[in-house]
Design a protein around this ligand. Structure first.
Ligand code: F6R
Length: 352
C-alpha cells in the first residue's frame, strides 16, 4: 500500500496526541536515568543461587526478556520471565523475584508478588506506584521507583535496565552498568539517523512504508528473539494491527510451510532481525528462509543490529522497532498511545 504522507514531526504530532514519539526519541536519556534510579534505590547485593525470576506482563515483562538476551552467555544462573499469575514450581527462598509492573495494578503481577512472598523468595519491586508499591512498602520489600507519565511499553529503557541491574545484584549475570552507559551514547547517534528529521529514505521510514497495509511476521534468534517479539507487540499496540513473531530455527520446522497459502489470505511481510553474533547456521537459515518465502510472493526484509557490544546492538533494534511501529501508526492515521481495548478488558475483569 503506498501513501504519500510524509513522516515529518508535524504529520506525527497530528495523530500522536500524547507525544509518544518524544518518549521513544528520549530512550538514551532514559537509559541513563534508569541506571541512576537503581543506584539511588540503594539495593544491597544479595546472592541468589536459585537464579532470577522476572514477573510481569506486556511492556513491563519485556525488559526481563531483553535483559536476558543482552547478557547472553554472561548470565551465570537461570533467568526466567513469567507472564502470568503463578511462579515456577522451583521458586525457593534462594530465588530473587523481580515483580515489574509500571502501573503497579496489574493483577497477574500482584498475584506473582503474593506467590513469591508465600514461597519465601527475595522480592524486589519496580513500579510507579499502585497496589504493588503499597504492598511492598507495607512489607519492607525494596522498591525501584519508575517515573510516571509514560505508556508502560514506552518505559522499556527502564524495564530493561532495572532487570539487568537486579540480575547483576543477585549474581545471575555480570553487571553491565558501564556497557549500558556507552550504549546510551550509541543510541543517541541512532536517534539522529532514524528520527522524523531524517530523510524519507531512512531505514525506519522505509520499513514502516514497507509494512504498511500488510500483516508483519517478525523473526529473530538468540539476541534478536525477544526483540522480534517486542516489534510484534509494539506494532499491535501502537499501529493497532495484527503482527506475529516466531523464532529461528524453530520457524523452519513449521511456520515456513504456512507461507504457501499466505497470498490467498492477504498481504504479509516477513522481517528477519539479524545480528553479527548469531550462530552461523542461523544466519544461513535467514537467507534461505527469506528466499523460500519470497518465492511465495511475500516481501521480506533482513534488518541488522548496529553496534559493538550486545547491549548496543540490542538497543539499536529495540529503538528501530519502536520508531517503525510509531511511523506505521501515523501512516494509518491512528493515535499510537491509547490502547482502549486493553483498558476495557482490565476494567471488565476488575468487576469480578
Ligand atoms: C501498555 C502496555 C501493556 C502493559 C501491561 C501491563 O502500554 O504496554 O502491555 O505493560 O498491560 O501493565 P503494567 O505494565 O502497568 O503492569
Amino acid at each position: 500500500m503506498s501513501t504519500t504522507l510524509e513522516l515529518t514531526r508535524d504529520a506525527i504530532a497530528a495523530v500522536d496526541t500524547a507525544g509518544q514519539l518524544q518518549d521513544v526519541l528520549s530512550m538514551p536519556d532514559q537509559l541513563r536515568d534508569a541506571l541512576w534510579r537503581v543506584e539511588s534505590a540503594g539495593l544491597e547485593r544479595h546472592d541468589a543461587p536459585g537464579g532470577l525470576v522476572v514477573a510481569g506482563m506486556g511492556g513491563s515483562a519485556i525488559g526481563g526478556a531483553l535483559a536476558r538476551a543482552a547478557l547472553g552467555d554472561r548470565a551465570s544462573r537461570a533467568i526466567m520471565i513469567t507472564r502470568g499469575y503463578a511462579l515456577p514450581a522451583w521458586t525457593t527462598p534462594d530465588t530473587t523475584v523481580l515483580c515489574a509492573s509500571y502501573s503497579g495494578n496489574t493483577e497477574e503481577t500482584l498475584a506473582a508478588y503474593e506467590a513469591a512472598g508465600a514461597l519465601g523468595a527475595r522480592r524486589i519491586v519496580s513500579t510507579t506506584g499502585g497496589k504493588l508499591a503499597e504492598a511492598a512498602r507495607a512489607e519492607q520489600v525494596p522498591v525501584i521507583p519508575l517515573p510516571g507519565g509514560f505508556q508502560p511499553r514506552a518505559a522499556v529503557a527502564y524495564s530493561l535496565v532495572v532487570a539487568l541491574e537486579v540480575a547483576g545484584l543477585c549474581g545471575a549475570g555480570e553487571r553491565l552498568h558501564a556497557e549500558v552507559d556507552v550504549a546510551a551514547a550509541h543510541a543517541e547517534r541512532l536517534v539522529e539517523e532514524w528520527s522524523p528529521d531524517s530523510g524519507e529514505e531512512s531505514l525506519a521510514k522505509e520499513l514502516a512504508r514497507g509494512l504498511h497495509g500488510t500483516v508483519p511476521q517478525l523473526s529473530g534468534a538468540g539476541l534478536t528473539a525477544p526483540i522480534a517479539y517486542r516489534w510484534k507487540t509494539q506494532i499491535n499496540e501502537n499501529a493497532k494491527i495484527p503482527a506475529f513473531a516466531c523464532d529461528l530455527p524453530e520457524l523452519d520446522h513449521n511456520e515456513i510451510a504456512g507461507w504457501e497459502g499466505a497470498s490467498e489470505l492477504g498481504r504479509f511481510t516477513a522481517v528477519f532481525l539479524d545480528d553479527s553474533d548469531l550462530h552461523p547456521r542461523i544466519r544461513q537459515r535467514i537467507e534461505l528462509t527469506r528466499g523460500l518465502i519470497a518465492s511465495q510472493g511475500a516481501t521480506t526484509y533482513r534488518v541488522d543490529s548496529v553496534g559493538e557490544t550486545r547491549t548496543e546492538r540490542l538497543i539499536s533494534l529495540v529503538l528501530l522497532g519502536d520508531l517503525v511501529s510509531l511511523y506505521l501508526a501515523v501512516l494509518r492515521s491512528v493515535d499510537p498511545s491509547p490502547v482502549d481495548v486493553i483498558d476495557r478488558l482490565k476494567r471488565a475483569l476488575a468487576q469480578g
